[in-house]
Design a protein around this ligand. Structure first.
Ligand SMILES: [Zn+2]
Ligand SMILES: [Zn+2]
Length: 322
């Protein structure tokens, strides 16, 4: 596949202020999430989805300037995801996610990276490895520019010249975290960018606030970094934007829209993780609740607690047979 085609299927392009997703396929919204065509082997996962569905809210009405106003995507149900068969269950071919700190980080920023890696492990239920920091090295002139007095780095240089040659074949996603501003080549700037086809992604802490300013500001930066981390990794697992439910896989065009979206995936998008990564839903909810409590994310902890309580009522627990 040519690089041009890859870029077209790249996940995130920021239109100066927003994030745009381009995926290989977008499925229509399916409010009847379990068509009869899903076989009985899916019964346990269907029952588990039903157990947490009441905890999730339908997508709120679109506000002026929102993602869906500009990009009326259809969304995708769990059943459509399974039928699309874009990805086999993770454990068949891949065994981990790699996170690569790239360039300069101070101690506070490294704390954000450590916690993001920890959170991603709980969220996806697979090992997430934080690789040793990598120097950015000499950046070609064509891969950098100055904008409003600040240097920006070209995302595609990081994706295809830095990450792709180094990626571990066992990693379903290799993600670089940087502290500087990112630029995709044609638009003004981006929060991040990922390639579904090459299993590489990059995102920046640059626009998430100043984690050194205060404890509250650190938590805000952490919350934003976690959201970007799981959203982009979700794309790398083949999950398109969610259009039917309030969900961290919702598209967003600006910081305000992103900040009002939940950290958790809806029941339909979560099921894609359970299926693809072989994640245990109850263990996942418990460990995410524990994480949020440990790091003072009280508001974010509550939905995970509710999911844990609902899942623990399931007969036979939440083990999903394959
Ligand atoms: Zn996206
Ligand atoms: Zn969703």
């Amino acid at each position: 596949m040519s690089r041009g085609r890859i870029i077209l299927s790249v996940v995130v392009i920021l239109l100066g202020i927003g994030v745009r997703a381009w995926l290989l396929r977008e499925q229509p919204v399916n409010d009847e999430p379990f068509p009869m065509t899903l076989g009985p082997e899916y019964d346990p996962i269907v029952a588990t989805i039903a157990a947490i569905k009441p905890l999730h809210e339908k997508k709120h009405p679109i506000q002026p300037g929102d993602w869906l106003e500009h990009f009326p995507e259809g969304g995708q149900s769990y059943a459509h995801y399974v039928h699309a068969k874009q990805h086999h269950p993770l454990h068949l071919d891949f065994s981990k996610i790699d996170v690569q700190p790239l360039g300069e980080f101070d101690e506070t920023q490294l704390q954000l990276v450590h916690r993001t890696v920890e959170f991603m492990g709980h969220f996806f239920g697979v090992p997430v490895q934080e690789l040793d920091p990598l120097e950015m090295g000499e950046i070609p002139e064509s891969a950098q520019r100055m904008r409003k007095g600040e240097r920006q780095i070209l995302t595609t240089w990081i994706l295809f010249d830095i990450l792709k040659p180094r990626r571990d074949p066992k990693a379903i996603a290799t993600i670089a975290l940087v502290t500087g501003d990112l630029w995709p080549g044609d638009l003004n700037w981006v929060f991040g960018q990922a390639s579904l086809t090459d299993r590489v992604g990059v995102w920046s802490l640059h626009r998430n606030g100043d984690p050194r300013a205060s404890q509250a500001e650190f938590r805000l930066c952490l919350r934003r970094t976690l959201k970007t981390a799981v959203h982009e990794t979700g794309h790398m697992l083949g999950i398109p934007h969610c259009a039917a439910w309030e969900c961290c896989m919702n598209g967003s065009r600006n910081r305000e829209e992103s900040d009002r979206q939940p950290l958790e995936f809806c029941h339909e998008c979560q099921a894609k993780i359970w299926w693809t990564c072989n994640a245990d839903p109850l263990q996942r909810a418990q460990s995410l609740f524990d994480f949020c409590q440990k790091w003072g994310l009280d508001k974010e902890a509550e939905p995970f607690r509710k999911e844990r309580d609902a899942l623990s009522l399931l007969p036979g627990g939440s083990k999903l047979a394959r």
